[in-house]
Design a protein around this ligand. Structure first.
Ligand SMILES: C=CC1=C(C)c2cc3[nH]c(cc4nc(cc5[nH]c(cc1n2)c(C)c5CCC(=O)O)C(CCC(=O)O)=C4C)c(C)c3C=C
Ligand code: FE2
Ligand code: FE2
Length: 356
């Protein structure tokens, strides 16, 4: 294979061969993901992208710089890139190899940006694309915002099929179950009563409520003159029927538990990483759940976030550092299933989803 280009200079330096380029009658494949800063000094600009321009207080910027520093981010770019970028680009490369076609990757909040991927697709003459979010559960505040960024960049240059939620794909729960089995078997060697705790990223309660039509008409805080709600969070747009996110997350957990043959008494579910902004976020929180489990006499908990497909700060810091430290004085040992990262079953799940 003759490498012909660097798709993302400065990151994982993933090379694509022209033999993997889409032929004109096949839809191009575009993966959308969150994005993460490359160096600590980019934190303010990164957070402005995450919040749609609303500035974060300095103490929040510093707290996040601290967390990112704890997981290895520095002032100089890491040769291999930050974990989220590195793994997402690798997943794109593995998918490209599995399908024998070029795969584009764009991130909403940092490089390589969705706009960069779209510019490349336009230059390649893409007419139609299949777009998949590297967040399997559909949500206004993740997949909804990714789609909005895509529409802004695309400007109608190509048409696309947008796969917003694909958590029901059985190979996805199989991939998670494979990782959990390894961690749970290990935990049960020392504690046969080890409890499984599945998690998903919390969201502000107001972002999942069904909307009235007046609110739906407001659109987003990106629109000039759009009001900022009292809790300070931007308006994420609305769905009359409410956001399916919390239900889809719990369904994923149930499917993994079923795949593992877990009894109901062997697993629980919580929402992790409630935001630093005020206002109520979805619970139960991991902290409340660990406290309750300690009261029930649980000594070991094996965690698995079911909405993240690779390592990033909310796994490497929130779980591996913060929840572990929180659980220690409660007498609970927290371990976790390895992230999916380069799981071949995950790549099969994505390949099957984009092909169907
Ligand atoms: C389904 C919802 C969300 C997913 C999935 C999600 C993944 C995710 N988030 C980060 C990093 C950050 N997210 C931050 C804020 C934030 N995240 C969500 C929702 C999801 N995030 C919301 C609604 C918000 C609040 C945004 C706002 O306008 O205030 C932040 C900022 C700090 C904070 O509030 O915690 C960071 C950083 C990653 C890396 C990630 C998965 C890859
Ligand atoms: Fe987030
Ligand atoms: Fe977060």
């Amino acid at each position: 294979m003759r490498p012909v280009r660097f798709v993302t200079p400065g990151h994982a330096q993933l090379r694509y061969d022209r033999s993997c380029m889409s032929s004109s009658n096949e839809p191009a494949i575009l993966l959308l993901a969150h994005g993460t800063p490359d160096v600590l000094s980019e934190m303010s600009a990164y957070l402005a992208n995450v919040t749609g321009g609303r500035p974060m207080p300095q103490h929040v910027v510093e707290e996040l710089q601290h967390r990112y520093a704890e997981i290895g981010l520095k002032e100089e770019p890491l040769p291999e890139g930050p974990p989220l970028t590195r793994w997402t680009l690798l997943q794109g490369k593995l998918l490209s190899e599995a399908l024998g076609r070029k795969v584009y990757v764009g991130m909403r909040n940092w490089k390589p940006l969705i706009a960069d991927a779209v510019a490349e697709m336009k230059a390649d003459g893409v007419q139609h694309a299949t777009v998949l979010c590297m967040a399997p559960q559909k949500s206004r505040t993740s997949t909804g915002l990714y789609k909005r960024a895509l529409d802004k960049a695309d400007e109608g240059a190509f048409t696309y099929d947008f796969i917003a939620g694909w958590a029901h794909e059985p190979l996805l729960s199989k991939a998670f179950a494979e990782r959990m089995k390894v961690a749970l078997d290990k935990a049960r060697e020392s504690d046969p009563n080890a409890m499984v705790l599945f998690t998903a990223h919390s969201v502000p309660c107001r972002t999942i409520r069904p909307a009235n039509h007046e609110e739906a008409a407001i659109g987003s805080a990106h629109a000039p003159g759009a009001p900022v709600p009292a809790d300070g969070l931007q308006n994420y747009g609305t769905h009359d029927e409410g956001d399916p996110y919390p239900v889809e997350c719990k369904q994923t957990a149930m499917e993994i538990a079923a795949e593992l043959g877990l009894k109901d008494s062997e697993w629980v579910f919580s929402f992790q990483s409630q935001g630093i902004a005020g206002a109520p976020w979805l619970g139960p929180s991991v902290e409340d759940t660990l406290t309750a489990l300690a009261q029930e006499g649980i000594k070991s908990v094996v965690m698995q976030p079911v909405g993240f497909l690779c390592d990033h700060v909310e796994i490497l810091y929130d779980i591996d550092v913060a929840f572990r430290d929180f659980a220690k004085p409660l007498g609970i040992d927290v371990t976790r299933a390895m992230s999916l990262n380069d799981s071949p079953t995950l790549i099969q799940a994505i390949a099957k989803t984009v092909q169907s």
